[in-house]
Design a protein around this ligand. Structure first.
Ligand SMILES: [Zn+2]
Length: 275
C-alpha cells in the first residue's frame, strides 16, 4: 500500500498486509504522487537507480546530509507484506478451469463469440458502449434489439453476426479486462471456482508473517547532472525519529529554495510586486 485505504477493497488489502499501526500511520505522510520507483522503466541515463539500502543506517553512511550537491526532492513510504509470485497459478490469480478458458481465447485474439447472456453480463459492467442513445437518460443497459442495432452501427454493419451463426451468439471485440470478466462469468455459470485457491486470486503468496516499510527517495545530484532514486527497507520503528527529521530537513530546503517567490510581496522596484 502506498496510501491509506480509500474503499473496502483497499481496506481488505491493508488488513491482509498484517501491518502495525505505526506503519499504517506513515501512509498518511505520503505525497499524492507515488507511482515512480525502481520498477518504473527509465530510459534516460540521467535517471539511474542508485541502490537499494537494507537499513536506514546503511543509507545514512552514503548520504550523510543534504546540501547543494545532494537534494532530496520527493519521497514516499510503502507498507507491504513480502510476497512472491503464486506457484500454483503462475501469478495469474486464476483457478485451473479459468486458466484453461483464458488459454482457449488464443493470445492476442480480441474478438470473441459471446452468448447473449454473457454479452449482457459484460454490458452491465460497462464493457460495451454505446449503451444509451445520445440525449436519453442512461438506464440499466439491456442486450436487446436496440443494443444490437447500435453495435451494428458502431461496427459499420451487421458483420458481427454472420447469417450462419446461431442467433444467440455475437462476435465482439473485448479487451483484457473484459476477458477477465467473461472468464469470471463463465466460471460462475459452470459452478466452478474462478480464483486460484492458493492465493485468493491475488497472484502472489506471502513469504512473511507481517508487513515491512520501504522508503522511496528521489534525490537530485546537480554537480553530477543526474537524479536517482533509492529504496531503504526495512524502516524500523526505532528509525522513525531520524527518518522524519531527515525528511523534514528536505522539506525545509525545498521550501527555502522557492521562498523568494513566495516572499515576492517585498519587491518594490520591479513592477512585478504581488497583488
Ligand atoms: Zn495463485
Amino acid at each position: 500500500m502506498k496510501h491509506l485505504p480509500t474503499d473496502e477493497h483497499e481496506a481488505r488489502e491493508l488488513k491482509q498486509q498484517n501491518a502495525q499501526p505505526w506503519q499504517v500511520d506513515l501512509l498518511a505522510l505520503n505525497p499524492a504522487a507515488t507511482l515512480w520507483g525502481p520498477e518504473e522503466p527509465m530510459n534516460d541515463p540521467a535517471w539511474e537507480p542508485s541502490g537499494d539500502y537494507t537499513s536506514w543506517a546503511d543509507f545514512r553512511q552514503t548520504h550523510e546530509t543534504l546540501d547543494d550537491r545532494n537534494e532530496l526532492v520527493h519521497f514516499y513510504f510503502e507498507v507491504a507484506r513480502p510476497s512472491e509470485e503464486c506457484r500454483r497459478c503462475d501469478g495469474t490469480g486464476l483457478s485451473p478451469n479459468a486458466q484453461q478458458m483464458e488459454e482457449s481465447f488464443h493470445a492476442g485474439h480480441s474478438r470473441l463469440r459471446l452468448t447473449l447472456d454473457e454479452c449482457q453480463a459484460l454490458v452491465e459492467q460497462g464493457r460495451f458502449w454505446p449503451i444509451a442513445p445520445v440525449g436519453t437518460e442512461p438506464t440499466k443497459p439491456l442486450v436487446d434489439d436496440d443494443f444490437l442495432e447500435r453495435v451494428n452501427a458502431v461496427n459499420g454493419g451487421p458483420t458481427h453476426r454472420s447469417p450462419h451463426d446461431p442467433i444467440e451468439r455475437l462476435t465482439l471485440e473485448i479487451d483484457w479486462i473484459g476477458r477477465r470478466q467473461l472468464i469470471e462469468y463463465r466460471c460462475k455459470k459452470k459452478g466452478v471456482a474462478h480464483q486460484c485457491a492458493a492465493c485468493d486470486g491475488r497472484g502472489t503468496t506471502y513469504t512473511a508473517d507481517a508487513a515491512i516499510v520501504t522508503l522511496y527517495l528521489w534525490l537530485i545530484l546537480p554537480a553530477k547532472e543526474r537524479s536517482c532514486f533509492v529504496t531503504v527497507a526495512p524502516i524500523e520503528r526505532g528509525d522513525l525519529v531520524n527518518v522524519l527529521r531527515f525528511l523534514e530537513m528536505a522539506a525545509n530546503r525545498n521550501a527555502e529554495r522557492f521562498a523568494g517567490v513566495v516572499r515576492r510581496a517585498e519587491m518594490t522596484y520591479s513592477g512585478v510586486r504581488a497583488e
